[in-house]
Design a protein around this ligand. Structure first.
Ligand code: ZN
Length: 321
């Protein structure tokens, strides 16, 4: 099979590899479509805390099971599935509490084990979720970024009727905005780029009045500094986007947090249940995503696709092996 392989940070190659053989409780999936996101750009060009090399990247995968290991019980060949990218121990405190994304033994597809930038990918049976019949592969592949947004909104403790300021209107920002509206909260998108704002409305700079919650979905230090100034009393800031190592230390007025009882909370990745929830929302039509697809490209044109991500030239880019 053909695959994208990252051997050292900064470059990748297109390689011919053996089709992997599923272990006891694993399935082999022929990749139908894989989503490209800023994290892939970061992984390939700058590296990532969780990346172990050499690696086939790709953490947003929908495909068809072509082979099931002897111990696989719930799935058969020919089934259309979405892959929750993580595998965790299942027994530690984090796993039991439903935050397996924080498990010490967490292994992420595309980071610790090979991902979907290939013709085939292996996944443990426990990580696989069937795709509902009424949605396309292209819609289903949004489950991964949507799951991360659902985790962020959960940590924001967002309630119906509350306002939420979302910095950045890329794929994640747009999904955050739509998911917030779905629970009857009032999203405001803050995005200087008019083209990016076009799908969800939004404003260039935040209104004077603050928000009950703010989420920063753009890796910008200035966005964080602006967002934290727009928190209402008891407001929650969700740290959704990572910052480059040299810009991650921010001056925060702790007295303000103290007097206004404000909270800062991190959000990283998602849990399996968010994947199930995302697919359900897509299937029920409570979130629509089709208008967010800006490019459909061959996976083997990855270099060009990464350029588009870097220039913020598109919205969601889908890749086909
Ligand atoms: Zn665990």
């Amino acid at each position: 099979m053909k695959a994208i392989v990252v051997e050292e940070i900064g470059s990748f190659s297109i390689r011919e590899m053996d089709i992997p053989v599923p272990g006891e409780a694993e399935v082999l999936i022929r990749v139908s479509v894989t989503g490209l996101c800023r994290t892939d750009l970061k992984i390939i060009r700058a590296g990532h805390r969780d990346l172990v090399l050499p690696r086939v990247p790709g953490e947003e995968v929908v495909g068809v099971i072509t082979k099931a290991g002897p111990g696989v019980k719930r799935f058969q060949e020919g089934q259309r599935v979405y892959v929750y990218p993580g595998t965790s121990c299942g027994t530690c405190e984090q796993c039991v509490s439903g935050a397996e994304n924080l498990c010490d033994k967490m292994k992420i597809m595309g980071f610790h084990r090979d991902g979907g930038f290939a013709e085939y990918v292996l996944a443990p049976e426990a990580s696989v979720i069937p795709v509902p019949e009424n949605i396309t592969d292209e819609e289903a592949v949004f489950s991964e970024p949507l799951s991360c947004c659902l985790n962020a909104l959960e940590l924001a403790m967002l309630k119906p009727g509350e306002s939420i300021g979302i910095w950045g209107a890329g794929t994640a920002g747009t999904l955050l905005s739509r998911a917030a509206a779905d629970i009857s909260a009032i999203p405001y998108s803050i995005e200087p780029d008019q083209r990016r704002r076009s799908l969800i409305g939004g404003v260039v700079s935040p209104p004077v009045k603050g928000f009950d919650a703010v989420v920063v979905a753009v890796g910008s230090r200035d966005a964080y500094l602006q967002a934290i100034r727009h928190l209402r009393p008891r407001g929650r800031l969700v740290v959704f986007s990572g910052l480059s190592r040299d810009s991650a230390l921010l001056p925060v007025d702790f007295n303000r947090l103290h007097y206004y009882e404000q909270t800062i909370v991190g959000a990283y990745g998602c849990s399996f249940r968010h994947g199930e929830q995302a697919l359900k929302m897509l299937s029920e039509g409570s979130i629509t995503v089709r208008d967010m697809i800006s490019h459909r490209m061959s996976l083997w044109d990855l270099d060009k696709a990464l350029g588009l991500v870097e220039e913020r030239a598109g919205m969601k880019i889908l890749l086909y092996p």
